[in-house]
Design a protein around this ligand. Sequence first.
Ligand code: FAD
Ligand code: 2HG
Ligand code: ZN
Length: 474
Amino acid sequence: MSSLIDSLRQICGAEHVLTHDDPSTDLSAWEHDWRKRVFGKALAVVRPASTAEVAAVVKACANTFTSIVPQGGNTGLVAGSVPDASGQQIVLSLQRMNAVRALDPDNLTMTVEAGCILHNLQDAAEKAGFLFPLSLAAEGSCTIGGNLGTNAGGTQVVRYGNTRELCLGLEVVTAHGEVWHGLTGLRKDNTGYDLRHLMIGSEGTLGVITAATMKLYPLPAAQLTAWAAVPSMEAAVQLLGLAHQHLGAGLTGFEVMGQFALSLADKYFPNLRVPLYKETPWCVLLENSDHESEAHARNQFERLLEVAMTAGCVSDAVVAESIAQAKGLWQIRESITSAQAQEGLNIKHDISIPISKIPAFVAATDALLLREMPGVRLVDFGHLGDGNLHYNVQAPEGVDDQIFVRDHEDKVNDLVFESVSHFKGSISAEHGVGSMKVGKLPHYKDPVALAMMRSIKQSLDPQNIMNPGRVISL
Ligand code: FAD
Ligand code: 2HG
Ligand code: ZN
């Protein structure tokens, strides 16, 4: 192996190939996942600075049958970006590849390297007078390469789609170390299979994304945020329908949050002052982006809330009066993951269900879990506008969280996934499969689809060196 490490050092520079041989180097940040569920051991952490270096690293690994775990910001929630415990896998960190290569205002695109932090891309777009709409709570540390690798969703999908919908072209290093130059920036291209869509969401199992051409949008003239108390999940779905009807393409966010999820935000972030949640089972956060004016947006919002209150699907509501207030409301929504982690280890699900079936799914699954495991606490929240719920399960009050997760994770997953399957949903709407759901996929994915996935993996990565054991087991 030392000859591989020597080659990697020649390719990237010795200071960018970190190993355990040097006792003063701490690799742990690259070796465990964000939630600290998985602690692996890397053969080396390799930090290339260019596409040519990535290609040379992959070639060197292919020559020695060494497997590669691509890593961006390491904020993934399914343990797909950290090495296993063997000490034989290299972590390929894209963090040094963080340049915005070009911004084309007439084509409404920017071409960026995979290691760019999402928040920096939002900033770069805004400085040029545009909106890059991908937005998620991890945006301060996740990278666009990771967003593409997982086809991340976030809070603006209801209007702009997932990362997939925002991507026009890719540059990819294949499992053989060749470079596919696919940064076309074209909105139409029907010259055969769309390999871009194969790579997006493949979680590092088919190749390494080194750069991407992403869509930009005009900045809206005004963005208004409202917070509504709703009496039931049925009412939240009814409000979504009204919001589509009244706001049209202006509806850029529609998030639902259950009372217990908000109580955790209140408990751990009291300065955020969570409104209206104590007297209602659910609250909804809505965003209206308007290309006319703030007054127009406010009028639309007020009319929507008036109609919703008359229909009985909103019991109370506030519309943010300032940008600071709007940011504060979004901060509450985005603090839930962290608040839940502070409450203790929990069992996460990022499921999707046809929106019309979500009320029945929640009622049935809540009842099932509470019957099977009395006292479990359900932290339900998420992107109702996309039919995507974070249906998270926390230990009963007073029960040790680590022991609860150890003893109940499998059973909870089975109960939730069976219910998802009954309601014709998906066991992962946005976080992906990683290593945490790989064993579940054969039960919930169409067998023909799974077989096609397997043959694609075998044909593009015959040595199975790209993030093996993630997404699909061979
Ligand atoms: P990593 O965690 O480093 O990697 C994720 C996967 O992508 C791994 O399988 C990795 O091998 C692969 N990968 C990384 N870079 C590349 C590359 N260049 N080429 C090929 N494969 C690559 N996710 C959502 O979808 N929506 C949310 O709203 C959301 N909110 C979050 C909030 C918090 C607080 C946290 C901690 C996470 C959240 N996530 C969310 C999950 C996570 O942020 C996303 O999955 C994100 O896209 C991961 O980006 P990353 O750069 O951290 O990728
Ligand atoms: C979000 O929507 C993320 O905030 C994280 O997808 C969800 O913590 C979670 O379960
Ligand atoms: Zn989410």
